[in-house]
Design a protein around this ligand. Structure first.
Ligand SMILES: [Fe+2]
Length: 194
């Protein structure tokens, strides 16, 4: 059962986005069960992850400013990256959601962030592993496979691919993604130079 506030947010989303959220919730429940993560938190975080996704461009930046969020250089040039932080702020200030793990999961579901907890990791991966996205981007099959055994290994694989893509396309890279990738690499094994 979702809070009525979140149900209302979901009902207001375009249907394509609602369908994405429902597919992600199924992935999140599987991942949470497999890795012993709180099912309710993983589900609520995933259900709410895109509540601000329908707001775009300057309107999203204006909303971020209204909410008192600091917008960094990358976010100012790529406003889409702010939808998680705006959504988390709505949940916290208007929708009666106070759980830190759920708010963190919504806040960082697009970029990831160093030190994020297991609920956030499940929500992050559930968003990326929407079966429709896996069909479209073959490298996500490997991410899905890794996620069976290790959330961290799956996120590292995802971030490495994503950052390579951004570099090749000449796009900006959010520092939070770099921070998380560095942390996971250090945690997970010797560096190539050692
Ligand atoms: Fe999103």
């Amino acid at each position: 059962m979702l809070p009525a506030t979140v149900e209302a947010r979901l009902a207001a989303l375009p249907s394509g986005l609602r369908d994405h959220v429902e597919r992600c919730r199924r992935v999140a429940r599987e991942l949470a069960q497999r890795h012993g993560v709180d099912l309710h938190k993983a589900d609520l975080g995933t259900a709410a992850h895109d509540i601000a996704r329908a707001v775009t461009g300057d309107a999203l930046l204006a909303e971020a400013e209204r909410l008192g969020l600091r917008v960094n250089l990358v976010e100012r040039h790529t406003p889409l990256l702010m939808h998680g932080r705006v959504g988390a702020k709505w949940l916290e200030t208007e929708d009666g959601v106070s759980d830190r793990e759920i708010l963190e999961a919504v806040r960082w579901h697009t970029t990831g962030r160093k030190d994020m907890g297991v609920v956030a990791k499940v929500v992050f991966l559930a968003d990326k592993l929407d079966p429709r996205k896996v069909e479209r981007y073959p490298y996500l099959e490997r991410v899905a496979l890794l996620a069976q055994d290790s959330l961290d290994a799956a996120i590292l694989e995802y971030l490495s691919n994503e950052l390579q893509y951004l570099l090749r396309q000449g796009l900006l890279i959010h520092p939070a993604s770099v921070g998380l990738r560095n942390q996971l690499m250090v945690q997970m094994g010797p560096s190539p130079e050692s």
